[in-house]
Design a protein around this ligand. Sequence first.
Ligand code: S3P
Length: 436
Amino acid sequence: MSNYLVHPVSTVGGTIRVPGDKSISHRSLMLGGIAEGITEVRGFLESEDCLATMKAMRALGVRIDRIAEREVRVHGVGLRGLRAAGHALDMGNSGTAMRLMTGLLCGQSFDSELIGDSSLMKRPMERVAVPLRMMGARIETHEGKPPVRVKGGATLRGIRYELPVASAQVKSAILLAGLYADGETVVVEPGTTRDHTERMLRTFGCELTAAQREVRLSPPARLEGCSLEVPGDFSSAAFFLVAGSIGQGNGLTVCGVGINPTRTGLLDILALMGADLRVVNHRSAGTEPVADIEVRPAKLKGIHVPPELVPLAIDEFPVLFIAAACAEGETVVTGAEELRVKESDRIAVMAEGLTALGVECEVLPDGIRIQGRSQQHVFAGGQVHSHGDHRIAMSFAVASARAAAPIQIADVANVATSFPDFPGVARAAGLNVELV
Ligand code: S3P
């Protein structure tokens, strides 16, 4: 088992870049694969999860060439051009990949089976199977979990579906199935979630409207191959936005970060806590907005996180809990029960690690209450367990900016699913992360 040993540091700073966006990289392969002609993707995230999606798309008959570092060329086979893989498709650690692929595969003429690693095999899949069955798909799960078996040859019809949970993955799975349905597909969200699928579908020439949390898609005759640029992943930048806020130093800049407003809830939450953040050099990567983000150390204060910001910061809570531990007073998160069904139960696992490092916290059914302290050494040294969750592992590495002694973080191999060179980038920002 690989572990991190992170040493306390006195300053955090510098100028760094983070790797490409995971959500956008997955989607670029799936949509590129069913488009007509070539799709070139620059800034592609070469992480284990995205490479699993690449392998799956290749197994379905799509030629994908790596033409340079972080650059791939997808030879799209058209909406009806995929063929049976002949074996189960292994989606690794990624719930996004499995759920989106379920939507894509239920409109095909052949049968498919989706499996994943031990974490993914425990995650709920009925949330996509239920609406897809309403569209006519034939899907089986094992007690609600993978393996997911998708029967080919189903006739799909468009539906209007009100999502019971705010989930971009469920929304996207339905939209992908909608590409193969008769009639219009309408998805209504209870709260705003990331809209990368909608933006990218438009880039591929698909007509789609989105207004007041309602997305409408009419099945296109074809998707057109295109050029895509993947911005730096805001969720990877998040670790450094918190490190720069709680550490000491002259400031840290993260360059080329995707700032799609459906992803940047953490900026609003940190601002409410008193963080000193500046978003500068606004530009775009195709339809996705990009900027550099500057962060300076600040005295943070505890807050009650507004529940409407939860879906906009859904992957950033582990590292936000680290910020909360360094914020004077109490921070309360509620309405975040979804955290319990991510790569780990992120409420329970973070609470366990925070407690091990001497931070007082109370687990709530749908969130957490954290007693923060503004002293220099907030975290005692010691051992924490990531439970194989990449974002938990990286979050506790950030704690080293305010730790009294080294922290050993167990089971960090899955960091490679989203952020292959995390230790190197962390070192460039002044953190001292050793793989042991
Ligand atoms: C993702 C959506 C989110 C997020 C996940 C990536 C996506 O999941 O947690 O890491 O790419 O659509 P939910 O939509 O299920 O909340």
